[in-house]
Design a binder for this molecule. Structure first.
Ligand code: GAR
Length: 191
């Protein structure tokens, strides 16, 4: 039976859209829910356009965890995918989805992770440090920012003349190419 996936996203949602479209063609899983913490997040428009139910929770509701868990259960969610989600995940949610909740980070953790390290902040830090490569890290989620067991990493070069925007675009391409497939493998590995 297909597993229902929920995507948590705080912003633009290009990864969310890519994953939704990927699983439309599959019978292993489907994206059944999108959750966000920002009413203005563009991911809400993408979800509406793609016909995926979406909800926005306040910071307090996220910190509590129970209202979010109720919605996840009501939609029979078996796997949770963070894609540009910027709040810390409460313990109650982590415990409800052991090895069933993953995050993507736009750099090679443990470098350039932690609170405040998201999106272009990460790419600026990578360039400021003079790194010659960057990439993506897909990892299980725990209660700390960008920690949790690493599942896999993919690398790309940092090129002379790169700006945060050009590096972000290269890293996004890695995310689009790998994140849906990795999620699919993990979902297939669930008994
Ligand atoms: C992605 O690059 C993702 O790796 C990053 O936010 C971006 C969201 O882009 N996540 C983090 O930085 C988490 N620390 P999107 O909204 O276009 O998918």
């Amino acid at each position: 039976m297909a597993i229902n996936i929920a995507i948590l996203a705080s912003g633009n949602g290009t990864n969310a859209e890519n994953i939704i479209r990927y699983f439309r063609e599959k019978d292993t899983a489907r994206v059944a829910l999108v959750l966000t913490n920002r009413q203005t997040a563009f991911v809400l428009e993408r979800a509406a356009r793609l016909g995926v139910p979406a909800f926005c929770f306040s910071k307090e509701e996220w910190a509590d965890g129970r209202p979010v868990l109720d919605v996840l259960r009501a939609h029979d969610i078996g796997f949770v995918v963070l894609a540009g989600f910027l709040l810390r995940i409460p313990a109650s949610l982590i415990q409800a989805y052991p090895h069933r909740m993953v995050n993507i980070h736009p750099a090679l953790l443990p470098k350039f992770g932690g609170k405040g390290m998201y999106g272009d902040h990460v790419h600026r830090a990578v360039l400021a440090a003079g790194e010659v490569e960057s990439g993506i890290t897909i990892h299980y989620t725990d209660e700390h920012y960008d920690e949790g067991t690493v599942i896999c990493q993919y690398r790309c070069p940092v090129l002379p003349g790169d700006t945060p925007e050009t590096l972000a675009a290269r890293v996004h391409q890695l995310e689009y190419a790998h994140y849906p497939q990795v999620v699919e493998q993990l979902v297939q590995g669930l008994s």
